[in-house]
Design a protein around this ligand. Structure first.
Ligand SMILES: NC(=O)c1ccc[n+]([C@@H]2O[C@H](COP(=O)([O-])OP(=O)(O)OC[C@H]3O[C@@H](n4cnc5c(N)ncnc54)[C@H](OP(=O)(O)O)[C@@H]3O)[C@@H](O)[C@H]2O)c1
Length: 281
């Protein structure tokens, strides 16, 4: 596994594994154990995914030492504010049977995320969290939080895939030394991404799948992809991206399929905020 160094000097695996929408406990335990066996060391969950206990059970079961794993969770918007966020992170630790988390993110830039962030800073100083960051923060919110807090976010986890490349947003994150992580690197399969002719043509040149081309493209951009799959053979496929390099010409070809819009929803629309507020109560 290759690593990147965050702005607080913590080392983080340069590819990760996400467990969004893996609800069944037994399935989630098996999937996380398979992912660790396949070579993943970064596991990304969230309070709102409802599977922190299952992730914890897999961590307890694996023979890979805790120090080699990099575990992320995210504070949901209904847990926003100093006291609630602090209590919710203690609950996440307890659910996962862990005494520290490698990374905690504010899941959405909604509700009292300043209070949440202050709780995260205190837990960071207390050693309960090794790095803190945000998710779905558009450049304006990111800069605001960064400029007005003593500890800058180490990570911003945003949607990045060939249809939503976030080139300008990445520049802002880079300017503030915030590492970008990509959620939905495959756009969850939307817009026929797995049969896209341009990506297929590039993959054929290197004898690689479209999934591998996408993940390699993200790693070469300095972005940490979080791919999700419940299938062991795809876990192995998705991590087998370190034996080839996309040419500068192919990187530019991929740029040409950018639609510059989310495959899901625009976080800045009022209806999206309403939807998110209703999502987990
Ligand atoms: N911060 C946020 O707001 C946020 C939002 C969404 C996601 N995330 C994080 O990002 C992670 C990844 O995003 P995601 O789960 O939404 O979507 P994704 O990784 O873009 O796509 C997952 C889908 O792709 C399929 N797939 C995976 N590898 C494949 C391959 N090699 N070939 C063909 N199909 C393949 C999976 O199917 P199978 O499982 O059937 O293989 C699944 O349907 C999440 O698990 C979560 O940790 C964060």
């Amino acid at each position: 596994m290759e690593y990147v160094q965050l702005n607080n000097s913590i080392k983080m695996p340069c590819v990760g594994f996400g467990v969004f929408q893996i609800q069944d406990e037994d399935e989630c335990i098996k999937v996380v154990l398979d992912a660790i066996e396949a070579g993943y060391r970064l596991i990304d969950t969230a309070q709102s995914y409802g599977n922190e206990e299952a992730v914890g059970k897999a961590i307890a079961k694996t023979t890979v030492p805790r120090a080699e794993l990099f575990i992320t969770t995210k504070v949901w918007i209904t847990n926003a504010g100093y006291e609630k966020a602090r209590a919710s992170i203690a609950e996440s630790l307890q659910k996962m049977q862990l005494d520290y988390l490698d990374l905690v993110l504010i899941h959405q830039p909604l509700n009292d995320y300043y209070g949440t962030y202050r709780a995260m800073i205190d837990l960071y100083k207390e050693g309960k969290i090794k790095a803190i960051g945000v998710s779905n923060f558009y450049p304006d919110r990111l800069v605001d939080l960064t400029l007005f807090n003593e500890v800058p976010p180490a990570i911003n986890q945003i949607e990045v895939n060939p249809f939503h490349q976030q080139i300008d947003a990445q520049k802002v994150n880079q300017k503030y030394h915030v590492q970008v992580e990509a959620w939905a690197p495959f756009a969850e399969g939307k817009n026929n991404i797995f049969t896209n002719p341009q990506l297929k043509e590039i993959g054929d040149k290197y004898n690689k799948s479209i999934g591998q081309v996408i993940l390699r493209w993200l790693v070469q951009r300095g972005i940490i992809p979080l791919a999700k799959t419940v299938r062991k053979e795809r876990m192995l496929e998705n991590i087998n991206i370190f034996d080839f390099e996309l040419s500068a010409e192919d990187m530019i070809k991929i740029e040409s399929i950018d639609r510059k819009e989310s495959s899901f929803f625009n976080h800045q629309e009022a209806s999206s905020v309403e939807r998110l507020a209703q999502l987990v109560r």
